[in-house]
Design a protein around this ligand. Structure first.
Ligand code: PBG
Ligand code: ZN
Length: 333
């Protein structure tokens, strides 16, 4: 076996998995204002950007060979129905339009969810069920049908702004079908759906929620996001999304879910994305910044190993906060 490992030229020749900037998607957090760059404490190297700075950064990553961005809007005006989420002049809508104007052929993917816009931090409309008997407590739940209607409305506002793909991440049943129907009815037949299909109720989303201030104020997301003990269910979710019209499907997070990625790749032919999420990014950064390991300069090799492994498992696309750095390293910059 060692003949194929003898030197780097032979290893490169025999390598089965190759990573390139084209398959990486760079996520961005967008804020209102001018020339703003707010570092996110739990995600060293990542900042919330105002639209002008966002456009500059997108132009830069485009030169590095990255084809697509995933946008998240950071809203300051939150209410219990997340009404800011579908405003025409919302920060995410304005950001998509600005990228369309200034960095034309970059593929724009927009996150469609309510948790960044609701005062309670949940991904949908909260309802309280009145107790039937006096010893029952009022029970709160997330209303699937009402939420799906709003998600469809958000999707249209993103498509109008210029999104190439809308990315439903609320994990409501039927969200992809409802969005596909609404987009088609409103003349957006060319706008694609990049579905967060198998999205787990994960503890790796902490830094992201810190970035958007989107942690649920009560309870958790386990009644809509998937249970990490399951993987058959991931195939059901992905299959349903494809049936409902998803163009690209996703497994999220990535590193602790490589088995799910591999199973999905073996069953479906729809392009498969993996989301290398905020907590996975933060773990790498913490390792690289530790005084005991810092002088080994591990980040480049560590990140390329991680991203290549996600690809080896079966992902066609990888959404990662490392995208810009990785694209530079892949170009030997
Ligand atoms: C919103 C959403 C989340 C992420 C992407 N879209 C967080 C959540 O469900 O709380 C996580 C991304 C990351 O951690 O990088 N529903
Ligand atoms: Zn959400």
């Amino acid at each position: 076996m060692r003949r194929l490992r003898r030197n780097s030229a032979i290893r490169d020749l025999a390598a089965q998995t190759r990573l390139s900037a084209e398959e990486l998607v760079m996520p961005y957090f967008v804020i209102e204002g001018k020339n703003k760059r707010e570092p996110i404490a739990s995600m060293p190297g990542i900042s919330r950007l105002s639209i002008d700075n966002l456009v500059d950064d997108v132009r830069e990553i485009k030169k590095l060979g990255i084809k697509a961005v995933l946008l998240f809007g950071a809203s300051r005006r939150k209410d219990d129905r997340g009404t800011e989420s579908y405003r025409r002049d919302g920060v995410l809508q304005k950001a998509a339009a600005a990228i369309k104007r200034n960095a034309e052929d970059v593929v724009i993917v927009t996150d469609v969810c309510m948790c960044g816009y609701t005062s309670h931090g949940h991904c949908g409309i909260v309802k309280t069920k009145k107790p039937v008997t006096s010893n029952q407590k009022p029970e709160k739940h997330i209303d699937n049908e009402e939420t799906v209607k709003i998600l469809a409305k958000i999707a249209i506002s993103h498509a109008e702004a210029g999104a190439d793909f809308v990315a439903p991440s609320a994990m409501m049943d039927g969200q992809v079908g409802a969005m596909r129907e609404a987009l088609d009815k409103n003349g957006f037949g060319n706008t694609g759906i990049f579905a967060y299909s198998a999205k787990y109720a994960s503890h790796f989303y902490g830094p992201f929620r810190d970035a958007l201030g989107s942690s649920p104020k009560f309870g958790d997301r386990k009644s809509y996001q998937m249970d990490y003990r399951n993987s058959d269910e991931a195939l059901c979710e992905i299959g349903a999304d494809i049936e409902e019209g998803a163009d690209i499907v996703m497994v999220k997070p990535a590193l602790a879910y490589l088995d799910v990625i591999a199973r999905a790749k073996a069953v479906f032919n729809t392009p498969l994305a993996a989301f290398n999420v905020s907590g996975e990014y933060a773990m790498v950064k913490a390792y690289c910044e530790k005084p005991e390991t810092r002088n080994q300069k591990p980040e480049k090799n560590l990140v390329l190993e991680i991203l290549t492994s996600i690809k080896r498992a079966g992902a066609d696309l990888i959404i990662t906060y490392h995208a810009k750095d990785a694209a530079k390293w892949l170009k030997n910059l």
